[in-house]
Design a protein around this ligand. Sequence first.
Ligand code: ATP
Ligand code: MG
Ligand code: FE
Length: 338
Amino acid sequence: MIVLGIETSCDETSVALVEDNKVLANLVYSQISTHKKFGGVVPEIAAREHLKKLPALFNQLLTETQVDMMQVDGIAVTKGPGLIGALLVGVSFAKGLALRYRKKLVGVNHIVGHVYANHLVYPELKPPYVVLMVSGGHTLILKTEDDFSVKLLGRSVDDAVGEAFDKIARLLGLGYPGGPEIDKIAKTGNPKAFNFPRPKMHDSDYDFSFSGLKTSVLYEIKRLQASNVSELPISDLAASAQEAMIDVLLYKVTKAAKDNDVRKIVLAGGVAANSRLREKLNEYTSEFEFYIPPLEFCSDNAAMIARAGLELLKNGVDHGLMLEPVPNLFEMDEIAIG
Ligand code: ATP
Ligand code: MG
Ligand code: FE
């Protein structure tokens, strides 16, 4: 079965063709350089950029793969969660194609898409497994029970961890996006230089909170400035803040896995690229098996949407032209694919 995937929930415009577990092509246009000067994603600009890039990216996909729309069995598009304007562009484009080529159309939950990215990379991976989904928009612990149901075990009650990386980077005068900048500069810093709080670490739930940490970094900077230090110890501050975030993430996800009798842990989302996080996984490898998809499938992409949509199409689902985006789709404990 060949599925066309379309993803426009945030700041990546992406189209992909997936044949069962094989990715024929996955094209991603990142808008990072456009939003950089604003220090974050501007929703209206994101929507307009999707509109500008999507048709050309789609044509490029067909040219590169030499696949004809006649060979495509169905179209899968992200229906939410995400920015309403951005989602609307993808959903409208997908509807246009479904109408023009008379194809089945399914709307996919973006979060479930992230989970399904693993089936492209690790076809042998079977539920149950726990997912630590860490991106600019989400910090979640999920548990896949079977091929269809994903359960929400925990989430950030305020900032997503990627967002915290970005905000802390801004406080430290580093560039955007802040995650990779902190990752890089932290390598030369001492993670024990400052003892930043590990919010909610020992609570019995699996939820996170990262906004207080950002405030602690701000206070530390103010304290240092007031004490007239000649230069802020940026790398020590970055390394210590990063360590606090990683400690909480790893403690909670391994606790969730342990409590649920699960050995397999999957990492997803842009923050999964963090080198210190990957290094610290080594401390847990005797107890757990970790799966980390390559970054191309960890961050936002249409191949994962196509792969999740394939599951719906295989089971005869067709949402048709009544499909509408749902920006706040992610408000429930049991998460459906579409
Ligand atoms: P979502 O997928 O939830 O809609 P998003 O598009 O912002 O949100 P991604 O593209 O998956 O998410 O990830 C981007 C985030 O990952 C940014 O916050 C960025 O700072 C962070 N990030 C990227 N690389 C690293 C790294 N090496 N260390 C820490 N954080 C990183
Ligand atoms: Mg993104
Ligand atoms: Fe995402």
